[in-house]
Design a protein around this ligand. Sequence first.
Ligand code: GLC
Length: 411
Amino acid sequence: MNKDRLEWFKSARFGLFIHWGIYSIPAQGEWVLFQNDWNYSYYEQFASRFNPVDFKPEKWAELAWNAGMRYVVFTTKHHDGFCMFDSKATDFKITNTPYGKDILAELIKAFRARGLKIGLYHSLVDWRHPHYVPDAEHPLWKKGEEAFKGRDRSIYREYLYRQVRQLLSDYGKIDLLFFDYTSKYKTPDEWEPEPLLKMIYELQPEIIVNDRLSYWKTPKLYGDYLTPEICVPNAAASIDGVEYPWETCATMNGHWGYCSEDKNFKSPQTILESLVKCVSLNGNLLLNIGPDALGRIPEGSVSIMKELAKWMNQHSESIHGAGRSELPAPYGLHYTQKDKKTIYLHIFTPPMGDIILPELNGKIKSIELLSDHSETQQITHWGMELLDKKELRIRPHKTLEPMSVLKIILH
Ligand code: GLC
């Protein structure tokens, strides 16, 4: 693995995931075809209606950048098979809708111009392709093998390779490829990962690829980084004791694709806490939005992103370019660290009183509240009798807000 290719990824720490396709019309999430047992001809008519006239990629990019996101991962094709780019391999695509334009090209242009790295999500699963071999997570599975006999997975594989080749040839520099996914019912042979990855790295030598070309990551990991989903792991993601760069992806409500009924959005604080925990374990967070059929980001997501922007405005240095600290944090609190001398103490909820820092007695040059740069006092005249010699007692000088950060500079 060429480590340098991953530098930007490990420094970015926070990305925007976008699940968008014709499933935004029935508005029940991206698995709607499977979950409702719809036939394809019914589902396909959504393509002839898709016309997101309110799509403003520059605004999306601005919102993402201000929220502290430094890369975007966009669904070029989801499991339904519909392509959000001008695919040369199928007619089931965005340029054959009333919208008519290549949404992927528009999105890449805007996000790249705003300074975000570009990531493409591409579904390995394809419920519509006549040679994709169904498994238990395919709409035809329940109908029994008769319904799909005679399929030739090498024909689907050629289609997949053709799509990937186009995506990595026609849209300039692509920084990341997010394949989704190999179920536990399939082996990596389905895609032949070796020639596929060879082609990918030849077309885009600096690209990084996620880990979903196989379900199990041993005996061999295909790709560069690990992708747990909607959870913060207990430790940096690893395989057989070896740590890898990693990213957890998560929804803001309970769906990836737009779901009109789902207003159950997580709080900005919950999301920020998760982001900090990921960074404190050397990981990233890829936070999702599911735009609607007109191209609008749901209000609940916009308001979360605006709240994140307020926090990032004062605290982003504790996230970007930061990672795990070598030092143990106070009980129940979290550190992120930038270099040998700069530690950020994240305080999710205001503490009962003083904070005891392990191992830092005599090692600190200054401690300041990141939001206003005010000095935090070290307490030595009192309350030392039960401390370990290496511990240090500090007293944030005024009432802390939730999600406060103390910046600790060491000698
Ligand atoms: C799961 C879901 C899929 C979603 C993905 C995001 O694989 O099946 O719909 O796109 O998670 O990581």
